[in-house]
Design a protein around this ligand. Structure first.
Ligand code: NAD
Ligand code: TYD
Length: 342
């Protein structure tokens, strides 16, 4: 591998992967291909902007011509696909863009890759494709039972990846990552929303009873896992990537408040997300056998993450304007008006 196309590389996890790859493999050329939707942000790539092995192309993965141009121009030999509409709440409001990017977009990438004989295709997927599990942990062989339009679209994309492996013999790999946190996360997801809202002494809207369980994975651990699977993952295989770090949402919320020295009176219990998955948990035996290990110090990684948002207000304050405020109003205004304090 020499030239890698990282689609969605201007987003949260994609940009962490790009920063990691550009530094770790100076002999590779890392080409970011990103539509720059509301979630795409070139600020996330500032740390690598001047590196000689980094390139940026603006484009849509559902646009076959644009994809083909980039693949040919940079003589790409591997694609790592992060590009997606990624927020469950937005998929509940309107699912269209999720199908365009997370299903059709994946197909377009696969088909162009097939036509040009690209050697490797890695699909970044999510634990949400399994649905939720009351006890124990999902294995890669478990059935997919997605419950919301985002996870249904991601499952659709993933099934197309599987089909291109089985039918066309393409060397594909898939990772199913758990809830990821860290710097540069668009402040609509729980972790980055709650940290930035708490900094401003604003209410934190906890859905339902706050007893849902998420498995938190640090973003750099997620990026390293994808690097590993890209290099040594077996063709056609799927790998779970979990933090093995389960917490109730309400407990994470309280920890964030404690780290910021803010009162628990900021917590509001608001109307639940429809179709809200109760618990995610992954069995990570398979990726560990490849040599991957997560950093298990949640306490200090969360503290570092909170400190990053405190020190980088320049990054998130300019996001919280315009379209963001429209979305925020639509998602939270009524919920907060009807909320219960804790
Ligand atoms: P994000 O929303 O921060 O970034 C998505 C990126 O994709 C943005 O840069 C956006 O501009 C780009 N994009 C969207 N549509 C595009 C299109 N049609 N063509 C080209 N680029 C497009 O997402 P994220 O949280 O970094 O997630 C990245 C990937 O990881 C997604 O595939 C997501 O499903 C998966 N994932 C996320 C999590 C999580 O906790 N955030 C967990 C597991 C898996
Ligand atoms: P989120 O960050 O949207 O990730 P996902 O839906 O992929 O798990 O949500 C994480 C958890 O936090 C999930 O159980 C929903 C909950 N949540 C809230 O309680 N309030 C919020 O405002 C948001 C965005 C999420």
């Amino acid at each position: 591998m020499k030239n890698i196309l990282v689609t969605g590389g201007a987003g949260f996890i994609g940009s962490a992967f790009v920063r990691h790859m550009v530094q770790t493999y100076p002999h590779y050329t890392i080409v970011v291909f990103d539509k720059l939707t509301y979630a795409g942000n070139l600020d996330n790539l500032l740390p690598v902007h001047d590196e000689p092995n980094y390139r940026f192309v603006r484009g849509d993965i559902a646009d076959a011509q644009a994809v083909r141009r980039a693949l040919e121009e940079y003589q790409i030999d591997a694609i790592v696909n992060f590009a997606a509409e990624s927020h469950v709440d937005r998929s509940i409001m309107n699912s269209h863009a999720f199908l365009e990017t997370d299903v059709i977009g994946v197909y377009v990438l696969l088909e162009q890759a097939r036509q040009l004989g690209i050697k490797r295709f890695h699909q970044v997927s999510t634990d949400e494709v399994y649905g939720w599990i009351a006890e124990g942990a999902f294995k890669e062989t478990d059935p997919l039972q997605p419950n919301n339009p985002y996870s249904a679209a991601k499952a659709g994309g993933e099934m197309m990846v599987r089909a291109y492996h089985v039918t066309h013999g393409m060397h594909t790999t898939v990772t199913r990552g758990s809830n990821t946190y860290g710097p540069y996360q668009y402040p609509e997801k729980m972790m980055s929303l709650f940290i930035t809202e708490a900094i401003d002494d604003r209410p934190l809207p906890v859905y339902g009873d706050g007893k849902q369980v998420r498995d938190w994975l640090y973003v750099d651990d997620h990026a390293r896992a994808i690097d590993l699977v890209l290099h040594v993952g077996a063709p056609g295989e799927v790998y779970n990537v979990g933090g093995e770090n389960e917490h109730h949402n309400i407990d994470v919320t309280r920890r964030i408040l404690r780290l910021l020295g803010k009162p628990e009176s900021l917590i509001r219990f608001v109307a639940d997300r429809p179709g809200h998955d109760r618990r995610y948990a992954l069995d990570c035996t398979k990726i560990k056998a490849l040599g991957w290990q997560r950093n298990d110090d949640f306490e200090s990684l969360l503290a570092q993450t909170v400190a990053w948002y405190r020190q980088n207000e320049w990054w998130w304050r300019k996001i919280k304007t315009g379209e963001y405020l429209e979305y925020y109003k639509q998602q939270y205004a009524q919920r907060l008006a009807e909320a219960k304090s804790q």
